[in-house]
Ligand binder design. Structure first.
Ligand SMILES: Nc1nc2c(c(=O)[nH]1)N[C@H]1C(S)=C(S)[C@@H](COP(=O)(O)OP(=O)(O)OC[C@H]3O[C@@H](n4cnc5c(N)ncnc54)[C@H](O)[C@@H]3O)O[C@H]1N2
Ligand code: MOO
Ligand SMILES: [Mg+2]
Length: 618
């Protein structure tokens, strides 16, 4: 990671009048855009070897990752930047400056006259750039692609280095990298109407269900601590009883029920976890705690509250006699062997979705791992030239932060599915194809957002068709939000890949992930991807859209017996993610018709339970 950068302008004239410095600011602008998180230091020094050397050493000793110098690389007597740099570096990296020279030579033969040097001192990479603003701008573009990787290598950052090598390998292997077959040059010829028929929701659901039948179920054994939300693949039987010994349910005295009420001699004291071989005879009892084993001969427990102390040892450390005040019944307050779980009991049925209690029970029964139905691997990718990582400090003009990717990862996690992150792909056919080719070998299901509607940069469908031979099962659905939702499959490296290309609008992505992606994933393991439905009453009037709408709502529960009341989460525009925050349900609103333009407050509607339902009283 590039955390700290220094830019040194080397020039006698700029040292005297810093307003003359144009190359330093050009480097600064470039660097702050490329590394918005990095600390950037700038200084101007005269063409003096000792001073340049001193400043280079100072920055190298100050944990600076990258030093870019500009100026002083030419042939005039005062040009000494390369000499100062050579005096500081321990290893030269000549190909960096060679690459800059080759590129600059394409523009001007004067490039032959630069003597720039690049090299490493300890953990700092130093690169000399020429002095002119134009040359600096050209040269920085030559090296920009290798800077981060070079610094990772210098710092031995193995994880980053490996991921870059991995990506290089994929780029190399990817036949789509160099030329997508999609031609975007003839924008005037783009379709003015979507070629995809508008399917009804029920048709889209049927297609998803039918296509996902191709998913080949396989079973994997996983540790029970990872099993929550997973679907049990085979019946699981208790191999040992719970409890494995007759256990007391109360803190009290183990007795013989035939003795009835009356005074008992206290023969023993048994705590939970203690093994005691005392055999009780008539008129005897043993003090026991909850969970302790009963002594031989005992058939009931009398709770301490139903007894009285008759006699204790003189130091009060031992109870000698107690009186049972209420005659006990046989088996009273005793869990017999196998009371909770008899041997052979079914602990989990095939198809059960494992929850916390079941994990506890399986652990109690001695299971450490269980067979579950493997879930498909899922990858998430965003597309869009306007997108930046949410972590970037500076938002460039006309850009937005990518909210879909992290949201969809969280949404899938909420529903028990992990996924890998395939980053942001640009709206360019070749880059999109490369990103998809990078993702497909790693996943069964690829979920992308953006680029599926009618814009000339909405390239996902053409790239899927032309570069991956994909079959588009649907490309438009009569739903709000989510109209351009796309579902495709393709064969990749001999395996079928399922691709959900969801609309870029964040709420559309959210709703379509719930209704289509989760339907598919749940369907693979549970054979039914539907969410449960609830009848709810609208708290307020709701205008209807021309398309069937999935409105995000919260529920309130009336004190008197009535259906839960549903209130929409504000404006339902598909870019407004606030309308999904805290939503418990998606209301299934019908489309508007000539006779019905709105649903009045109090109307009963169907709600899909897609989120958490917390009890909020009206
Ligand atoms: N001429 C037409 N234009 C549009 C139509 C149409 O039928 N005809 N459909 C509209 C509908 S409905 C939707 S939904 C959107 C879907 O657009 P795309 O899937 O092509 O997505 P983009 O154009 O890439 O982006 C749309 C919107 O979402 C923002 N976006 C995209 N990705 C992200 C992200 N990862 N995080 C946050 N926001 C994101 C993007 O900036 C756009 O504002 O098309 C309508 N247009
Ligand atoms: O279908 Mo779009 O998702 O309305 O905005
Ligand atoms: Mg679009």
């Amino acid at each position: 990671m590039v955390k700290a950068i220094a830019i040194i302008t080397v020039s006698d004239s700029c040292f005297k009048d810093n307003s003359k410095d144009k190359s330093g600011p050009a480097l600064f602008d470039f660097i702050t855009e490329k590394y918005p998180e990095a600390n950037v230091h700038t200084i101007i020094v005269p063409d003096e070897k000792e001073i340049i050397e001193r400043e280079l050493k100072y920055f190298c000793n100050s944990n600076i990752d990258l030093i870019l110098t500009t100026g002083g690389t030419g042939l005039s007597p005062r040009d000494v930047t390369p000499e100062a740099t050579r005096a500081v570096i321990q290893k030269e990296v000549p190909a960096i400056t060679t690459a800059m020279t080759i590129e600059s030579l394409k523009k001007t033969p004067m490039a032959m006259l630069s003597r720039a040097v690049a090299g490493i001192k300890d953990r700092t990479l130093i690169i000399n750039f020429p002095g002119s603003e134009k040359a600096v701008t050209e040269c920085i573009h030559v090296v920009k692609g290798v800077l981060s990787h070079a610094i990772s290598l210098i710092n031995n950052e193995l994880v980053e280095v490996r991921s870059i090598h991995d990506k290089m390998q994929v780029d190399h292997l990817c036949p789509h990298k160099m030329n997508s077959k999609v031609d975007i040059s003839k924008v005037a010829l783009r379709p003015r109407e979507s070629p995809y028929p508008m399917l009804e929701m029920s048709e889209a659901f049927n297609i998803v269900d039918a296509v996902m039948l191709q998913w080949e179920e396989c079973i994997e054994n996983i540790p029970i601590e990872n099993a929550v939300g997973k679907v049990v693949a085979q019946e699981i039987i208790a191999k040992e009883p719970m409890p494995p010994f007759p256990a007391s349910v109360k803190d009290g005295y183990a007795c013989l029920s035939l003795d009835g009420a009356g005074v008992r001699k206290v023969r023993a004291a048994i705590s939970a976890g203690e093994n005691n071989f005392t055999r009780l005879g008539p008129g005897e009892c043993a003090r026991v705690n909850t969970g302790a084993p009963l002594p031989l001969g005992a058939d009931c427990v009398v709770q301490v509250e139903d007894t009285k102390l008759i006699k204790a040892s003189s130091d009060n450390q031992t109870e000698l006699e107690i009186e049972v005040l209420v005659a006990p019944q046989a088996h009273q307050d005793v869990r017999a062997i196998g009371f909770d779980i008899p041997i052979g009991a079914i602990l989990a049925e095939k198809g059960d979705v494992i929850d916390a209690a079941q994990i506890g029970m399986l652990a109690g029964a001695g299971y450490q791992s269980i067979p579950v139905i493997a879930v498909p691997k899922v990858a998430i990718m965003s597309t869009g030239n306007e997108l930046q990582e949410p972590s970037e400090k500076i938002l460039r003009p006309s850009h937005i932060r990518d909210s879909n990717r992290i949201m969809l990862k969280a949404l899938l996690k909420e529903h028990g599915y992990d996924c890998i992150d395939c980053g942001i792909a640009r709206d360019d056919p070749t880059e999109l194809a490369a990103a998809i080719a990078h993702a497909l070998p790693r996943t069964d299901v690829l979920v992308c957002t953006g680029g599926v509607s009618m814009g000339d940069r909405d390239l996902l469908k053409p790239v899927l068709i032309n570069d991956f031979g994909a079959t588009i099962h649907f490309g438009r659905v009569r739903m709000k939000p989510g109209k351009p939702s796309t579902f495709a499959t393709c064969q990749y490296e001999g395996k079928i890949k399922y691709i959900f290309a969801l609309p870029g609008n964040p709420v559309s992505a959210y709703v379509c992930c719930l209704l289509l992606v989760l339907r598919a994933l749940r369907g693979c393991t549970r054979h039914c991807g539907d969410f449960a439905r609830l009848s709810v009453r609208l708290s307020h009037d709701v205008p209807l859209d021309a398309r069937p709408e999935y409105a995000r709502a919260v529920l309130r529960f009336p004190a008197a017996p009535d259906l839960p009341h549903a209130a929409l989460l504000g404006n339902q525009c598909s870019s407004r993610l606030l309308s999904a925050c805290g939503a418990s349900v998606l209301l299934e609103l019908p489309p508007a018709s000539d006779s019905l333009k709105q649903l009045d407050a109090g109307t009963t509607v169907s709600a899909l339970i897609t989120g958490r339902i917390d009890l909020t009283r009206l």
